[in-house]
Design a protein around this ligand. Sequence first.
Ligand SMILES: Cc1ncc(C[n+]2csc(CCOP(=O)(O)OP(=O)(O)O)c2C)c(N)n1
Length: 294
Amino acid sequence: MTTSTIADPSVAELEELARQARVHIIKAIANANGGHLGGPLSATDMLTALYFKVLDIHPDRPDWEDRDRFVLSKGHSSIALYTQLAMRGYFPTEELMTFDAIDSRLQGHPDMTLTPGVDMSSGSLGLGLTGGLGIAMGGRAAGKDFTTYVMLGDGECNEGSVWEAAHVAERYALDNIVVIVDHNKLQQFGWHGDTVAERLPSYTGTQLFDRWSAFGWHTLEMDGHDMADILETLEAAKAHEGGPVAIIAHTVKGKGVSFMEGNYLWHARVPNAEEFDIAMTELGEQVSGQGGAA
Ligand SMILES: Cc1ncc(C[n+]2csc(CCOP(=O)(O)OP(=O)(O)O)c2C)c(N)n1
């Protein structure tokens, strides 16, 4: 399947694209010998749905004024965004192997002045929604009809600036902005406890859902790894009128590789050669022993 040429992919085709994206991500991180893995892997199914089905974009015209916008507020997951942009045709997929190199356009955190298709620079957690809010308000003031999507981490929702922006979006009844919270229940480190299982998630139960609702956002939930659910929920979010929409996406950090799933140690760890081969095998790829340092 040539990735950038699929007109209207089915759920099965999107699932295959997400699988390919995970392979690119792990290869790029192993090659760079650095970067984040857990967060990119939890976000990948949703990003695939956005970039291959939902967003109204033209890769050959990255600056088209009427395009839908996407802000990756959890900017440390940049490799997941670059992978979608490459697969969608903004630049060659081979360029992913330059990730994090000194002269690369693909830096550890997204830079809108460097990379075609990146709508906002990010990386300092808590700031993406303020930027997305500005883009959405500017779009409304200019009479534009595009939608701005902002992806946040659940740990990122600890930042006070997220809630200041959430308040403003509700105050102005902005209905051209959609937040997706990648609720993978883990952030950089666990909490107190001797084992991974004892370390509590960022937010539990309905805490995040209740918080966004309390801020006046129309709040939805979805399984962030179920492609059909993702598409249905994103469609409902776009159709909502009269105020902003937040989607709490239940996800698994490190999704797709058994030993990375649900383990915060894979937030930013590089697979060694053996781990790399196991990961590729689990993702249905030929192994090549390309892993980085342990
Ligand atoms: C303001 C700020 N503080 C700290 C960091 C370092 N940092 C990078 S990722 C991360 C954890 C983020 O967790 P979460 O938002 O849940 O993201 P995910 O689990 O999806 O990777 C932290 C603390 C940062 N990038 N910005």
